[in-house]
Write a protein that binds this ligand. Structure first.
Ligand code: GLU
Length: 510
């Protein structure tokens, strides 16, 4: 029987979650759902120096906003009973567990104590550099350094007894070839001579990422590790750790980098700042500097659009179809279709997705979002009216933030007329023609879009005048420009009185 699929998203709470992190969470989620598995959220907070207040809550909120819900993981309140049977799911709350595993590796001869100070190591590094070499703490140098391999047992015991600072390092073997497997990259061979003896346990009594990560993945029975490409260089160590403990190795999939819009280099917050797009799902206020970073949510993106564009950053379904919601993604998502090469981020495509999902939004909800903006300009507008306006303009909108510019004339009369449009549409007989239109409008008993259309079009045809000759200045009178939805819809929406008023004002101006 194959093992049940259990995957985890394991962010470190070191600041807001980058969209690359959201993509990792998404792919894990999709993989779990596709295989009837479990998606776990684990917080890797062993590095207390890099811990940033508020980032854990941010991660949970961001995933919730995207609809990426976890089956097991931390509960919002610290030290409460975790959701799932493999908790706690915060590494800081599992602190007591890790030391025994480090000790087990020492006993088995796979790890050792190292007492070297940061200054000594730095001096070695500099010395090597000056000779054009790279200092690697491994079999090459370890005999010359200050550790339980070079020192006698008594010396080591005495140092520990005296309370000297030490770390525990993994003892990487000499002259071996490791055979690693990655679901995306295939087979990888690594020569152990290039590996250094990574620190597993720090002097502050906390495990490093490497030890905690492997122990937790084992204890939480993780079947597949799906994570960013930046962890690929750690894969050799992780394989060796599984081997040293005698544990089954999970399957690994390292996701491609998300690249700048130019395609060169990793997408960073600075690229977003420079080009005006967010790289975080939600807005983030730095607790120290109070600087605000943009978020997709606050910039007016729909979570469906964010999910859809993230899904395509490094994966495609192999068909022409581009529109996928979470559920349809779950059905088609395959790890085999994830690319090896970096995925170029395209801010315009992201907007394209948002425009698409805008059309699918419910107009009543959109009206609720738009109402406060309308209220800034005019008071007491009926919500049903706002909703009708939205249905007429949303095909031109990408964001709710576009609505006012696209629809202001539905709420307030234009105060100016576009110069170019005036030149193009106002001729000698324009005032005369518009006066006639006004009379037609005034004469309508039943003021509806259909009646307006029949009356005005009929009149134009009967007079054998060019259509544009009337409709262009009429639009300009109502809108102030030559843009906007159908003129008859506008006339109907603003009402008979206001239509006549706007025509009159226009005639007075030209
Ligand atoms: N804590 C690591 C991170 O912040 C997790 C890496 C992994 O998934 O193994 O990305």
């Amino acid at each position: 029987m194959t093992k049940p699929v259990r995957v985890r998203f394991a962010p470190s709470p070191t600041g807001p979650l980058h969209i690359g992190g959201v993509r990792t969470a998404l792919y894990n989620y999709l993989f779990a759902k596709k295989h009837n598995g479990t998606f776990i959220l684990r917080i890797e907070d062993t590095d207390q120096i890099r811990y940033v207040e508020g980032s854990e809550a941010y991660i949970v909120e961001a995933l919730n906003w995207c609809g990426i819900h976890f089956d097991e993981g931390i509960t919002p309140i610290k030290n409460t009973e975790a959701k799932g049977n493999y908790g706690p799911y915060r590494q800081s709350e599992r602190k007591h567990l890790y030391r025994a595993y480090a000790d087990e590796l020492i006993e088995k001869g796979h790890a050792y104590y190292a007492f070297d100070s940061a200054e000594t190591l730095d001096a070695h590094r500099k010395d090597h550099e000056s000779k054009g070499k790279t200092f690697i703490y491994n079999w090459h140098n370890r005999e010359k350094l200050n550790n339980s391999i070079s020192l006698s047992k008594d010396e080591v015991d005495a140092k520990i007894e005296a309370g000297d600072d030490y770390v525990i390092r993994f003892k990487s073997p000499q002259d071996e070839t490791l055979h690693l497997k990655d679901m995306i990259r295939g087979d990888i061979e690594i020569d152990t001579n290039i590996l250094d003896d990574k620190v597993l346990f720090k002097s502050d009594g906390m495990p490093t990422y490497h030890l905690a990560n492997i122990v937790d993945d084992h204890l939480m029975q993780i079947s597949h590790v799906i994570r960013g490409e930046e962890w690929l260089p750690s894969l050799a160590l992780h394989y060796q750790l599984y081997d040293a403990f005698g544990w089954d190795v999970p399957q690994f999939a390292h996701l491609p980098l998300i690249l700048k819009p130019t395609g060169k280099g990793k997408l960073s917050k600075r690229d977003g700042d420079k080009m005006g797009f967010p790289v975080f799902p939600l807005q983030w206020k730095d607790p120290q500097t109070e600087a605000i970073s943009m978020g997709y949510k606050e910039e007016g993106y729909f979570p469906e659009a964010v999910i859809n564009f993230l899904a395509f950053l490094g994966w495609n379904p192999g068909t022409e179809q581009e529109i996928f919601d979470l559920e349809t993604l779950t059905n088609v998502f395959e790890i085999d279709r994830i690319h090896k090469a970096g995925a170029r981020f395209d801010p315009d495509k992201t907007k394209w997705f948002n425009h698409h999902y805008m059309q699918e939004q419910n107009d009543t909800n959109l009206a609720t979002s738009f109402q406060p903006i309308v209220n800034e300009h005019v008071q007491n507008i009926d919500i049903n009216y706002i909703e009708m306006v939205i249905s007429l303009i949303k095909e031109r909108a990408t964001f709710v933030g576009d609505f006012w510019e696209l629809s202001a004339f539905f709420f307030v009369a234009p105060t100016t007329y576009d110069e170019k449009a005036l030149k193009k549409s106002v001729k000698e007989d324009t005032a005369e023609l518009l006066n006639a239109v006004k009379a037609e409008v005034n004469g309508l008993e039943d003021y509806s879009v259909d009646h307006l259309k029949t009356a005005i079009k009929g009149w134009i045809t009967s007079k054998e005048i060019g259509f544009g000759k009337v409709m262009m200045p009429l639009r300009l009178a109502l809108v102030g420009d030559l843009k906007g939805p159908d003129v008859f819809d506008i006339m109907f929406m603003i009402g008979k009185k206001e239509t006549i008023q706007r025509i009159e004002t226009f005639i007075e101006t030209i």
